[in-house]
Design a binder for this molecule. Structure first.
Ligand SMILES: O=C(O)C1=C[C@@H](OP(=O)(O)O)[C@@H](O)[C@H](O)C1
Ligand SMILES: C=C(OP(=O)(O)O)C(=O)O
Length: 424
């Protein structure tokens, strides 16, 4: 995919539905009684993997142009899949579904693509095993393929070493099938969509600080869900609007849940001109975001804000390369175990464009302000890397050629069309 410089990005955009919320809506809808209707569902490959898995376990899921209808069968209504559950490229599908599968009365096997086969699953195998689950990594390397023999589970308290919503959600979902209360404490608060949505479906999930607890055997009832725009997808247009001269972009109905909205704070700290309109606090908070061209300066990003912007760090790294001064990103070791090693891949590719950047054990140091030039970028089949460099290509001189740029289909199939729609 070749990207050339653009100016004057102007217009209004509704970014696709939130990936985390779309996954959860299908999963919880499948475990609920009655029909769950989901509008603005993300039709990205990852969420389609979740749909495929639940269809294989006997759930009728209909798609039409405007919504998804999940005809749930209740907490104990899934049936044994007759072949491997294909999780594709999706960490969220793998880790959340494992918590559900651990408490079923059947055996299942999960497998996916080459990337997911390298991602760490011990982080869910450990707490699930202490709940009494039987979950085995077939190649004994702590990765998929995983074989899960459903068992009777016990409630536990789990002190998670990582701030990960996927780990937290996996344990809470297994907790629905346990014999007592299950709780998870994490070092920093990660995204809380599971807690919010499970309660909306009728479960009893309580949160105190960084601990979330669930009462077992809830009755979940089918609900209507309007998925807000994904702030992780909005991030590319926030960056493009701030950095491209003469731009003014209105992003409609973006999810601004505080456990996800760290990028807005970082942009403000960097000097961004962003205005929020039409804020709504019903359910998942949303707002329209007006983005205007700004001159940005470097900042430091560390500690508790990291989980609230973890998927936006590739885009932030590019923004930092165009900003004046130094940006330091720390406490983000998790970037190494995403769809690619996002520290190494961002550093290598930004260096190819002429940036002054170094990788560290848990982040990056970026001395911004050097003029960047076109280059061939290896996306490593990582959607967030591809989109971040597409934005870099709209700003720098020369052509940015992104190898395997179509991997954006994982979370944003129409990304390139949306990017080009703003410069007419
Ligand atoms: O729960 C979720 O929906 C997600 C949690 C995060 O992963 P971790 O739980 O590994 O931090 C994030 O990076 C991922 O894109 C989606
Ligand atoms: C890390 C991501 O997703 P997942 O963990 O679901 O593969 C992401 O979308 O950036």
């Amino acid at each position: 995919m070749e990207i050339k410089k653009q100016t004057n990005l102007r217009g209004t955009l509704t970014v696709p539905g939130d990936k985390s919320i779309s996954h959860r809506a299908v999963m919880f809808g499948s475990l609920a009684k009655g029909t769950t209707r989901i509008s603005h569902f993300l039709e990205g490959a990852d969420c389609l993997s979740t749909i495929t898995c639940f269809r294989k376990m006997g759930i009728d899921i209909e798609r039409n142009a405007s919504e998804i209808m999940v005809h749930g069968k209740g907490l104990h209504g899934l049936s044994a899949p007759d072949s491997i559950l294909d999780v594709g490229n999706s960490g969220t599908t793998t880790r959340l579904i494992s918590g559900i599968l651990a408490g079923q009365n059947f055996i299942s096997e999960l497998d996916g693509d080459d990337s997911i086969r390298t991602r760490p699953m011990k982080r869910i195998m450990t707490p699930l095993t202490s709940m009494g689950a039987d979950i085995v990594s077939k190649q004994d390397n702590g990765c998929v393929p995983l074989v899960i023999h459903g068992k009777t589970l016990h409630g536990i308290h789990y002190d998670s070493p990582v701030a990960s919503a996927q780990v937290k959600s996996c344990v809470l979902l297994a907790g629905m099938y346990a014999d007592g209360i299950t709780s998870v404490t994490e070092p920093f608060l990660s995204r809380n969509h599971t807690e919010i949505m499970l309660n909306y479906f009728g479960a009893k999930v309580t949160s105190e600080g960084t601990t979330a607890s669930i009462v077992p055997e809830p009755t979940l009832n089918g609900r209507e869900i309007q998925v807000p725009g994904d702030i992780s997808s909005a991030a590319y247009f926030i960056a493009a609007g701030l950095l491209t001269p003469g731009s003014e972009i209105l992003l409609k109905n973006v999810g601004i849940n505080p456990t996800r909205a760290g990028i807005l704070k970082v942009c403000m700290d960097m000097g961004a001109d962003i205005t929020l309109f039409n804020e709504s606090t019903e359910g998942e908070p949303t707002a329209d975001l007006l983005i205007r061209t700004s001159s940005l300066k470097g900042t430091t990003i560390e500690g508790g804000i990291i989980p609230t912007l973890i998927d936006e760090i590739p885009m932030i790294a590019v923004m930092a390369a165009f900003a004046d001064g130094t940006t330091v990103i720390r406490d983000a070791r998790e970037l190494k175990v995403k769809e690619s090693d996002r520290i190494t891949v961002m550093v290598d590719n930004l260096k190819r464009m002429g940036a002054d950047i170094e990788g560290t054990e848990d982040g990056m140091i970026i001395h911004g302000g050097r003029p960047l030039h076109g280059a061939t970028i290896d996306s490593h089949l990582d959607h967030r890397v591809a989109m971040s460099f597409a934005v870099a290509g709209t700003i720098c001189d020369g052509t940015v050629d992104i190898l395997n740029g179509d991997c954006v289909k994982i979370s944003y199939p129409e990304f390139y069309n949306d990017l080009y729609s703003l410069n007419k």
